[in-house]
Design a protein around this ligand. Structure first.
Ligand SMILES: NC(=O)c1ccc[n+]([C@@H]2O[C@H](COP(=O)([O-])OP(=O)(O)OC[C@H]3O[C@@H](n4cnc5c(N)ncnc54)[C@H](OP(=O)(O)O)[C@@H]3O)[C@@H](O)[C@H]2O)c1
Length: 264
């Protein structure tokens, strides 16, 4: 694992985005501010949103792939990745291209993309550890994890990484496997607890402690993400199942300790 940061301004890249949902739209704001040339495609029609941003929305995947992208950034949901990748007509690519993804699990897209990409395409797996809520006031100090899975064009890859390092992100290079182990213990656990609190319909009271305020924030921020995202964190991270078991066991242990003490 290694970490680095740099403040050099990124060179303008031609970036094609597949999947123009909430997270892609959030990333694009900063990419446009930095002067990159963006075009997007998605299952749903985002032509109005793209027109407002002044970027092309290219419905047809063939046309999208032929649009001279140096980087193709996959921002689809975890659950739809395999279907989306299957629908990409890679033979339409006009040049060797860097494929990058931002999925919140990492071994899964690494494996799917390694199998599907043409041999001359590069692959960078990334996970920005922030979103529209935590990154709304800038990305300074927020963590950006990445693994250079298959990189020959170092210049394009490093220009892409500079999008994040130049905003002050804490750049962390680690393997996809290491990411998934750590993310199961941190992000998946946070989302699970947030979803449990949402099931309990917790609401602020007039006598909230600071601790409860933080719990409420966890609930609020996790339910803002789609259930597809949460479900993907579980289904496509092989370490998440054990965490769910640990959570159940720990809850039972705590409950048992309370009951034992009460009965003493
Ligand atoms: N939200 C965050 O804070 C955050 C942070 C880091 C990484 N990520 C990752 O970024 C990616 C996007 O996240 P998100 O928050 O925007 O929401 P999401 O619900 O995880 O993904 C929404 C995107 O997936 C596409 N999609 C869903 N089902 C599809 C299907 N069957 N076929 C084709 N496309 C499909 C949607 O396309 P349409 O809109 O066109 O239907 C949309 O572009 C995810 O992989 C997530 O893990 C999110």
């Amino acid at each position: 694992m290694s970490s680095s940061s740099s403040s050099a301004p990124p060179r303008a890249l031609k970036i094609g985005i597949i999947g123009f949902g909430p997270f892609a739209q959030f990333l694009v704001e900063t990419m446009l501010k930095q002067g990159h040339s963006i075009r997007a495609t998605s299952r749903s029609d985002y032509s109005e949103q793209c027109a407002r941003l002044g970027i092309p929305f290219i419905r047809d995947m063939h046309e999208f792939l032929q649009s001279d992208n140096e980087v193709i950034l996959l921002c689809t949901s975890i659950l739809s990745l395999s279907e989306v990748v299957k629908s990409i007509p890679f033979q339409c690519l006009k040049q060797p291209t860097l494929f990058a993804d931002v999925l919140s699990v990492k071994e899964y897209p690494r494996d799917v993309l390694q199998q599907a990409l043409p041999p001359d395409s590069d692959l960078l797996c990334t996970h920005p550890m922030f979103g529209p809520e935590s990154g709304k006031n800038g990305w300074k100090g927020l963590t950006f994890m990445y693994e250079k899975v298959r990189i020959r064009n170092e210049a394009i890859c490093s220009s892409f990484l500079q999008i994040f390092s130049s905003e002050g992100c804490r750049m962390l290079e680690m393997t996809c496997e290491e990411h998934d182990k750590l993310a199961a213990r941190s992000q998946f656990l946070t989302h699970t607890i947030g979803r449990v609190l949402a099931e309990m319909h917790i609401e602020p009271t007039p006598i909230d402690t600071k601790g409860f305020e933080k719990l409420f924030q966890v609930k609020e921020s996790t339910v803002k993400d789609s259930f597809d995202l949460f479900s993907g964190l579980f289904t496509h991270n092989r370490f998440a199942r054990q965490q769910l078991k640990n959570f159940e066991i720990a809850f039972e242990n705590v409950k048992q300790k309370l009951l034992n003490r009460m009965n003493e």
